[in-house]
Ligand binder design. Sequence first.
Ligand code: ADP
Ligand code: ZN
Length: 767
Amino acid sequence: MTKTGAGEPGPGAGKVPEQQRFIAEPDRAEGDVADPHPQSPDPRLLADVALDVPGRDSYSYLVPDALAGDLAVGDCVLVPFGRRSERGFVCAIERRAPPAGVTLKTIASRRDDVRLPAGLLGLIRWGARYYRCSLGEFLAAAVPAPVRDGARMEVARTVEPIADFAGTLTKRQREVLAKLPAAATPFADVLRLAGTTAGTIERLAEAGALRIASTSGIQELRLAARDEDFPLTAEQQTAVDAVGEALAAGRHEPFLLYGVTGSGKTLVYLELARRTIAAGKQVLLLLPEIALTPQLAARVRRRIERVAVWHSGFTDGERAEQWRRVARGDVDLVVGTRSALFAPLPRPGLIIVDEEHEQSYKQESVPRYHARDLAMVYGGQIGAPVLLGSATPSLESVHNGRAGRYRVLTLRQRPLGGKLPTPIVIDMREECQAQHKRAEVSRELMTRLRAVRAAGEQAIVLLNRRGWSPVVSCQECGHTLMCPNCDISLTWHKGANRVRCHYCDHSTALPKRCPACQQEALSTFGLGTEQLAAVLAAEVPDLRVLRVDADTVGERQGHAKLFGAFAEGAADCLVGTQMVAKGLDFPRVTLVGIVCADRGLSVPDFRAAERTFQLIAQVSGRAGRGERPGTVVVQAFDVHALPLTAALEHTPRRFYDSELQLRREYGYPPFSGLVRILWSGPDAVKVQLAAEEHALALKAAAGDATILGPNPAGLSFLKGQHRWHALIKAPSRGAAQAFLGRLDQAGGLSAKHAVRVAIDVDPYQTT
Ligand code: ADP
Ligand code: ZN
């Protein structure tokens, strides 16, 4: 940490000392500078500012007279910090005597168009404490950088001559006009072409000789949506009434909308959104995937006019403008992925978390928050109902429902009378015997794809692995091509003709010879989406295959384009990774294929069974959503695995009962609170030593918690970093927080040279 010249720690820091000093700081508080001329102890107007630095929550600054009148909590300010200037947020303002012996610096300036709503600041404050980072670090993640930096939208102006203009012009004006292209041309290009000034062009526009148009406005892809003005089903109505009651009372209440795939959860959301807006409040609608936003946004826009889509695909200027629009109250509904939770809505009245079971709600970098869990806290703080929706709720939410903490609203029927798809399970051991080879795709799936093609219907085939082949190894010596930066085998991407690491993106050309034995005996093993798409296209005549995975999606809103094309019938079969499993509503899809359905079960993670169950139930749910019934063809080796059979036979209860029992027995969430500590660094020995030394501190603070490890992480080498981890299992989330508090009291985990220590509260990645 560098020595800086900022002010004293603010009261914000003083109020949460245990948590914020979890990673030990140097003895001398950062930034305190002894003052040769002690200030008068007269009370002064001081502001506590949260800065994007680890450790302390806030630093005190003097408020300049120019701002004294209207500086408010939530304002974004620029302050001197050490030798730099930093942007931060005012989190307290108070008239008090500066402490003797400390020179306080003064706020340099304030951004006039950014002020965090108080409710949002309250949420972020809570989040910083719970997830153990400084308030400023959390704010920096929650408020996009372009907002803090005051980015403006690039307004593109175009110039277009008016064809039948007959007015009088000066000679010079006529010369300029003659040089202009007939079509609309960007303003800057016009100046260059005509060799003239902006003033001249503007006067020509005033004279009526040309038109200047601004193409401002946030550019985004808009999909068409079908009309959905159906009367609600009885089940939908019951759900709407239950939440509507809490809404009308302005009361927080947690709900779990547990509705099978295609049961019309979205319509429930939309009706509740309408009611919230009619009551003068705003709606937050969270989705797990950016891929789902355009489709849902389109459905929302048919009913609600002032909608903001919140995602990372915008330019800086667009993003900042979006934020300011929302903060001004010009938006009634914000739809977006996890960070949309921090949209600065002035009066949020309803929070909806769709597909609440999805792991993408968990952020895997600081701050490591879980958006669903924070949404629940937010609702409690601002007195708003929170509606979690899923066809395959998380074990946590099912447990909360059973314990009576959430009110469970169920949708058992598909409104169109559509039946849940019929499963056909293929035992791939038998299939391989029958085909006399290592079969990847069953004959059943092929036959059914042909039938889909013939009937003019559509299919989705899931394989949760991209690339052509996940393994390249030598048939002579057995050597497997590995990533030099990770303990991971390289995947062959045939189209790109490269082998690639899916963790760090390292890639090289496929070597001709085995790097170990120099023989020309490298061969590929296993199946990825790239190869599967090729196989299907080759085996099923005229099948138009569209592949959707991280490789084909790449660019800005790429998935929206691919899904849009599929919805319009540009392909018969969508092949892809879990991206194709979620939330999409294509009424013409009658067949879903799942290749390697039990693959996820072998992952060493206590959530492996839950994830497999959810993935299979979700992707099967893509079939038969329209009038025609659906079929699911599932290929697996372990065809009797419970997550598989429960998902396919639509008997989720069997899965939840058994899995909750196992979680209880082994002390995993929801029956415990977990914290994961991860040590990482380029030097294996240093990482191990740090972990072993910190283990003593962890054990000393253990109390009623169990410390598992430290030991090498499942992915023991990743992106050039060696990794060790420890898992703390406490009897509850509260107990886990108490453990962290005790650890803090004892001085936290000392800083170690060249070793990063990450604390992950309620971790989802455990490898
Ligand atoms: P979910 O979000 O639960 O997967 P959707 O909201 O996408 O389900 O609804 C599935 C399909 O059923 C959609 O095509 C939707 O338009 C239709 N639908 C929903 N509610 C009704 C209703 N009350 N009457 C008729 N059709 C409905
Ligand atoms: Zn790698």
